[in-house]
Design a protein around this ligand. Structure first.
Ligand SMILES: Nc1ncnc2c1ncn2[C@@H]1O[C@H](COP(=O)(O)OP(=O)(O)OP(=O)(O)O)[C@@H](O)[C@H]1O
Length: 486
């Protein structure tokens, strides 16, 4: 069990707020955040000033302050937890929520000079992978990047207009059908994916932000870690969702009309549903265990909550970052964000280590065998020997199967890395001048690309195309497309 961790961050005044000579209404001390209502003339202090306690309250308003919290500190507190999640085999999720222009994209993505959480998390994952590889562990990292714009999902690694559909697998839950999943082998490649995806995101200028994200964006890292631990195979798969939500907004504050107003309605639909999901979960989790009524959680009322189902009340360690403006003119929005964040604190998730099912079976068999051996030794039960032998044979068979699959996957990855072969959007990039054929495979469970070496000095080739598989030449040009060609 793990509560959703909540951090609140306040940004500097923006130009609009400076022009309006806005007053500073946010105060932070330790992990407490206070908000002052300048307009209320009531004597009752509880109406004028409201205070909330979070896991972290980040003062990023002015660099001169001794309490100033930089991008680096946000990463040290929150990003390292996400990286730990990946290496321990847990799913993780960070989502940034707040008013338009309050600093969500700055916190998640940042700028080239002041990188945000996403690039820092990616960098750290690859740095730690290098360290762990020395100990014999192997890793596979793949990424996908999607946006939800007006309740429709687009594949950001394919292009802005690449619509894809959300479906629900009976066991694995919601997923996006046909979403591009690219294997990345170093930080530069992952950065390339982020840059490509960001360029495809829907943005527009509003009164609150010159480059306002009009969509919800989910960058997902799938991290597989495999190797031997104390002589036993170990393999974990973690999914890390890094989410930059579109701004929660009021039409009058953002100057929305026409298309922007329609966008706002859709953005709000997702955020309102997110709010309902958070409220229902918070209520559910605050009931004493054993007395919990069956609550309906409206995950399917919006694409966003449907896709983030596991991150909210499910199998994930989740962090919410609520970003707020420091200015009095945004009092209502900031108070609403703080209340939203305050509710999210009560959500309790149930993260578990995502172990490969075969590896889990091997581990369990070994445990059973040790127990049976101890029992046999203590109680002189010779009848157990046959049972032990049977379990040992099964365990050996599974271990051999797993080891050969693992070695094969390692060899393919090594070969592709050595040749600089990788899937890039609809094509592949290959930095090699050796003759070859490349098969592009859309199966997300495979490495995505398969390389066929051609022996030099062979004048003709026979190609047998397996159903629906397409073989392309060096420059991605289709050289044969018949189902069977002899
Ligand atoms: N902590 C911060 N320190 C310095 N500048 C910041 C900070 N937070 C936000 N900004 C600046 O404020 C502006 C708006 O921030 P940002 O684009 O991150 O907002 P947003 O919440 O993502 O908005 P939207 O919902 O419209 O996309 C940007 O110019 C950004 O650089």
């Amino acid at each position: 069990m793990a509560s959703v961790k909540v951090a609140v961050r306040v940004r500097p005044f923006n130009q609009r707020e400076l022009d309006l000579e806005a007053k500073l209404i946010i105060q932070m001390q330790g992990n407490r955040t206070g908000i002052l209502n300048c307009k209320a003339n009531a004597r009752d202090e509880s109406i004028r000033y409201k205070e909330f306690t979070f896991d972290y309250s980040y003062w990023s308003h002015n660099k001169e302050s001794p309490n100033f919290v930089s991008q680096e500190q946000v990463y040290n507190d929150l990003g390292t937890e996400v990286v730990d999640c990946a290496f321990q085999g847990y799913n993780g999720c960070v989502f940034a929520y707040g008013q338009t222009g309050s600093g969500k994209t700055f916190t998640m993505m940042g700028s080239p000079e002041e990188q945000g959480l996403i690039p820092r998390v990616c960098k750290s994952i690859f740095d730690r992978m290098v360290e762990n590889s020395m100990k014999g562990t192997t890793h596979r990292v793949s990424v996908s990047y999607l946006e939800i714009y007006q309740e429709k999902v687009a594949d950001l690694l394919k292009g802005h207009n690449s619509a894809v559909r959300v479906r629900e697998h009976p066991k694995k839950g919601p997923y996006v059908e046909g979403l591009t999943t690219l294997i990345v082998t170093n930080y530069e490649q992952i950065l390339e994916c982020i840059t490509r995806g960001n360029a495809n995101r829907t943005t527009a200028a509003t009164n609150m932000n010159d480059v306002s994200s009009r969509s919800h964006a989910i960058f997902t890292i799938t991290f597989v870690q495999a190797g031997y631990c104390n002589g036993i195979p170990s393999e974990t798969v973690s999914k890390i969702h890094l989410v930059d939500l579109a701004g929660s907004e009021r039409a009058d504050a953002t100057g929305s009309t026409g298309k922007r107003l329609k966008e706002g309605a859709h953005i709000n639909k997702s955020l309102v549903t997110l709010g309902s999901v958070i409220s229902s979960l918070a209520e559910l989790c605050s009931e004493p265990s054993g007395y919990r009524r069956s609550f309906f959680i409206p995950y399917r009322d919006s694409v966003l909550t449907w896709l983030l189902k596991d991150s909210l009340g499910g199998n994930s360690k989740t962090i919410m970052i609520a970003t707020i403006s420091p200015a009095d003119c945004n009092y209502a929005e900031s108070l609403s964000t703080l209340r939203y964040a305050n509710r999210a604190k009560n959500i309790i998730n149930k993260p578990t280590i995502n172990e490969d099912p075969n590896v889990k079976l091997i581990r369990e068999l070994r445990e059973e065998i040790s127990k049976l051996r101890a029992l046999m030794f203590n109680e002189h039960r010779s009848d157990m020997l046959a049972k032990i032998h049977e379990k040992e044979a099964r365990e050996k068979e599974l271990t051999e199967e797993w080891t050969s699959k693992w070695r094969e996957a390692q060899a393919i990855l090594r070969e592709q890395t050595a040749l600089g072969l990788r899937k890039a959007g609809p094509g592949v990039v290959l930095d090699s001048d050796r003759p070859h054929l490349v098969a592009i495979d859309d199966d997300p469970l495979s490495t995505g690309v398969t390389l066929y070496h051609l022996k030099v000095n062979i004048n003709y080739i026979i190609i047998c195309l397996i159903k629906e598989r397409c073989i392309r030449g060096t420059f991605g040009k289709r050289i044969a497309s018949l189902p069977y060609l002899y």
